[in-house]
Design a protein around this ligand. Structure first.
Ligand SMILES: *Cc1c(COP(=O)(O)O)cnc(C)c1O
Length: 403
């Protein structure tokens, strides 16, 4: 007998729609108007595969990419040989400079110590970005440190500063006063150095409006369909294979802890994905503390309907109540959608009391990954762009949960 294919073996399938990714990029580009749209592809493009994601976005016109770590930049470089790659965590130690240089990576300098390291160890004229912290207290120079350095440097031209950036702490809460404070602080600094490119907005920052877009925007989650906005399509679909269908008698229980009591005879579909695959246990149907104040857990989507998750999610297995689906609607071997076009990733994340970011970056290694359509490239003659102009993405309409 022939060896089974990866697909036959897999209990979970992760579909990544590169066409939808490209269209999301164009929709954001359209919304950002004159601002250039870069792409944040850190953490393996939020779990979806940095290389295919970046190649696709490059073909849709993206020329700048942001990663978190030097190592991510090194791996990404062959996929986008002619693009700029920024490393958000900066040089971190003196030994990193040769790696940055060898792969043509642009470090983001986040402190005066980073600037000093650049002076001492950077190969000649290696371009850098400067990160100014305008109110998040995470990474970045203080505004006065940045002002002092940039003023001195614009006279000496000692360091080749390509980009000035900052990051918003509360962009997903449009009315939060910190947004305006950060925007003003950033623009004040940016206006003092008009020949340096500027970047402020992440995905949610873009939605705050054109005051926030600066010269270059840096969306991540919006590209990957995690913002739950009309005009942005889902990109990732997680499918769990149904391994068994069984009858549970009224009065019996399902799964660990006997947490889900059955009050009727129940058809149960047992699917082959669990928390080891990133289906957070917090999304369980019952039997975990988070459910005490929420009656329902997550749903799966199968046979054209939603099926409630039953009991606790275990490491490799998850049970669903399919009683209300027709007797032939679901068979062993079918796939049940955990998130995707029918159950938004934002909804799945809410049922696990977390955010789409954590769901995507946590999808785990056991999925069989498929990129339907293979190598997707932008269609010629602006056909994609035409479709995007007709889409309904607009500033200021958001429904994703606050972080
Ligand atoms: C992760 C990150 C982004 C992208 O954020 P999204 O909310 O995914 O759009 C942008 N800028 C910085 C500095 C980041 O760390």
């Amino acid at each position: 007998m022939e060896a089974p294919s990866d697909f036959e073996i897999a209990s979970g399938v992760l579909k990544i729609d590169l066409g939808a990714l490209g269209r999301n990029y164009l929709a954001l580009k359209h919304l950002c108007g004159p601002a250039e749209v870069a792409a944040v592809v850190k953490a393996d493009a939020y779990g979806l595969g940095a290389e295919p994601v970046a190649r696709t976005l490059r073909s849709f016109g993206c020329r700048r990419f942001f990663v978190a770590l030097p190592e991510e930049g090194r791996k990404l470089r062959p996929s986008v040989p002619d693009a700029q790659i920024y490393v958000l965590s900066g040089p971190r130690s003196a030994g990193v400079w040769p790696l940055l240089h060898a792969h043509d990576l642009i470090p983001v300098l986040n402190s005066t110590a980073d600037i000093e390291s650049c002076r001492q160890f950077a190969p000649d004229r290696l371009p850098v970005a400067i990160h100014v912290d305008t109110g998040m207290n995470r990474l970045g120079l203080t505004p006065s440190e940045a002002l002092e350095f940039l003023t001195a440097n614009s006279a000496s031209r000692e360091i080749d500063v390509q980009l000035l950036m900052s990051h918003l702490a509360c962009a997903d809460e449009p009315s939060h006063p910190l947004n305006q404070t950060q925007q003003r602080e950033f623009m004040r600094l940016a206006q003092a150095f008009p020949d340096i490119d500027t970047s402020l907005a992440n995905s949610a920052g873009i939605m705050l409006g054109s005051d926030y877009t600066g010269k270059i925007t840096r969306p991540g989650i919006a590209l990957y369909g995690g913002l739950d906005l009309p005009g942005l399509a889902p990109v990732a679909t997680a499918l769990a294979r149904i391994l068994q269908i069984r009858k549970g008698r009224a009065g019996s229980t399902v799964g660990y802890g006997g947490a889900a009591g059955l009050n009727r005879d129940t058809r149960i579909a047992v699917a082959g994905l669990g928390y080891a695959d990133g289906l957070h246990r917090a999304a369980s149907g019952a039997g975990i503390p988070a459910r005490a104040d929420r009656s329902e857990g997550a749903f799966g989507y199968v046979g054209g309907r939603r099926a409630p998750l039953l009991g606790r999610i275990s490491m490799d297995l998850t049970a669903f109540d399919i009683t209300d689906l027709g007797p032939d609607a679901v068979r062993v071997g079918d796939f049940i959608e955990m998130f995707g076009p029918n159950i938004g990733i934002a909804e799945f994340a809410r049922s696990a009391k977390t955010i789409p970011y954590e769901i995507l970056t946590g999808v785990g290694r056991r999925y069989h990954r498929v990129y339907p359509g293979g190598n997707v490239e932008a269609r010629p003659n602006g056909q994609d762009e035409g479709a995007i102009r007709a889409s309904n993405l607009v500033f200021g309409r958001r429904s994703a949960p606050a972080r």
